[in-house]
Design a protein around this ligand. Structure first.
Ligand code: ZN
Length: 236
């Protein structure tokens, strides 16, 4: 990843990215772009799965999408927006150098997602300041977008991911400790079949707005960055 990614998706937990934008990443790779995933935590507070199983699942999912993945070890639920964490994230951004950054939702049921949104936005800004005391050459992503929360309303952008849908859902299903009903394991909201159906249903609804089978949605600042538009046009 030394000469920079075209697109990097950041998640608070391993599997966040695959819930929302696995299709966009797989599509980007299929068109010759360099895409990647950065998870801030190992999801160590999860009701099911250990950090080890979640890392293994995350690696399998990234392989399925064809992207490199880095997993930081911020403490799940307990990372803060303070300097030591900010420096770690700035360092990753300066190392990975993504032109377009996809970050978590600013409004969501899980507080980590909201915090990760604010934190990633801040880090992306400070990463570009020459004198910020952090290793690596200054770098700021040229464009940013974010995924939706629980019930996000009309997207700003929808990407037709029908061509990679099967692979995208294989990557989602790689997180067996989280999204599968397993006898003897506690049932959680995300292991319920309704959660998976919600992902498929939303993708079909968003796809219907474009007249295609499956779409993934993004939100962004307005006016929409030409860099973001340009990348998404090339994914068509
Ligand atoms: Zn999450």
């Amino acid at each position: 990843m030394s000469d920079g990614l075209d697109i990097l998706a950041i998640g608070a937990h391993p599997d966040d990215v695959e819930v929302h934008v696995g299709g966009i990443l797989a599509l980007a790779v299929s068109k010759g772009f360099k895409a990647g995933i950065l998870d801030l935590t190992e999801g160590d507070l999860g009701t099911r799965g250990t950090p080890e199983t979640r890392r293994a699942e995350a690696r399998a999912a990234a392989e399925c999408l064809g992207v490199p993945r880095a997993i930081l070890d911020f403490p799940d639920g307990r990372f803060t927006e303070d300097e030591p964490y900010r420096i770690r994230l700035i360092h990753e951004l300066r190392r990975l150098r993504p032109r377009v950054l996809i970050i978590p939702s600013p409004t969501d049921r899980h507080p980590d997602h909201e915090r990760a949104h604010r934190f990633a936005r801040e880090a992306a800004f400070y990463a570009g300041l020459k004198n910020y005391p952090c290793e690596g050459l200054p770098f700021r992503p040229e464009a940013m977008a974010w995924v939706g929360g629980e019930n996000p309303g009309t997207p700003d952008l929808v990407v037709d991911v029908s061509a990679v849908w099967e692979r995208r859902m294989q990557a989602f299903d790689a997180f067996g400790s989280q999204f599968r009903v397993v006898e003897g394991q506690p049932q959680t909201r995300i292991s319920s079949p309704a959660f998976r159906r919600g992902i498929e249903g939303r993708s079909m609804h968003w796809g219907s707005l474009l007249g295609c089978a499956h779409g993934e949605a993004l939100w962004c600042d307005k006016p929409i960055s030409p860099v973001l538009m340009d990348l998404l046009v090339k994914l068509r």
